[in-house]
Unconditional design. Sequence first.
Length: 419
Amino acid sequence: MINEVFFNEKKDKIYSALKHAMENVSYYRENWSFELPSIEKFDYSFFQKYVPILEKDEVRTHNDQFISSRYDKKELTFDVTSGTTGNPLICYKSKKERLKRANELWKQRKHFVPYLSVNDKFARFYAFRMNEEHLIINKVLYRDNELHIPLFDYSENRIEEYLSELSQFQPRWIHGPSTAIFNLAKHAKSKKINDLKIEFIELNGEFVTDAQLSLIKEVFRCKVANHYGSREFWAMAFSCEEGHLHVLEQSLFIESIYNESLQDYELIVTSLSNASWPLIRYRIGDIGTIERSSCKSHPSSYVLHLKKGRKADYFTLAGNKYINAITFSGIIRGISNIKGCSVVYQYQVVKTAENELIIKLCMNQECIKSIQLFIDRLEAEIRKIIGNEIVLHFKIVDSIQPDPKTGKCRDFIDETRKG
Ligand SMILES: [Zn+2]
């Protein structure tokens, strides 16, 4: 079994990670009910039997207990997970770890373009930006050698604008979500826009389909890499030129475990390098299997086959609009955090007609003086993207019911979509 082969190869590092966690991380010390055997007796069946799988919610609710006592929380850097709830997960890393992982990622990029550098001009995408008090949501921004393209509105006129900004800026490379770049590629192809000289595109943050990949390659005529990562672990796998998604096994051990309720294999990730905030056997929420590959062009021999994964949800609205559902999470997160309290802790948007949306909000009402003022602000921000013609209904609810089919709460539902 592949998990065992991979485990045996990483056994020493996994052992050290567990030992460190037991000695220095209070969550594991208090919740694990096993003792670590000698390294000779430490094998995959022990690991599988005794080390429990860690849920995201468990980390969210006890996050401080996951920080190693050998580190000072104030010294750590952090990322915040994107998510549909107002309670994102804060993911910690030491400065040393951050640098190490960034170097590892740059090594992957340089497999594709040997002289690519942090100083090169590049384009990226953003979901929301705060500027003092103001939310910046629908503008193309310039930051030194970077061009930032918003992820919200992919209606034809906006795509036209993004492509023309790209032509003027002429970045050496682009990184961003596959659906957004695919939308740009589709439009560039149909309008025969052909003046971009990009050397490299790195797709990240979303599941990539073969159709997306081949169109992006065809239109932009450059090398395209797939970077599979998360806020929790940063880069987890990176493709080689042959298209295999190689696990970054210097830093991570990944298992593929059958999940009865999903009726499929899911990925369970153990960090081998983040000593400050170690996640061990963490359920990342993606479906996929692992295989050993004989690929000669890449040092890592473990290759991921992702089956499903995070993907942006685009929907149409009256007025030829084509909107990314990330709009709502971006805006809600942008304006919802008031003095450390999340005003909206969960939400769901339902499209009931081409010109009508219902926005359900679960609110921590004690965080704000006036709910009406908050909703007015929310409406004004959403209208900057969708315009004034769409009817919006705001409903404050106690809870959002999960989808009976999947058991998951969806943040966007299109009732007009067939099937
Ligand atoms: Zn390969």
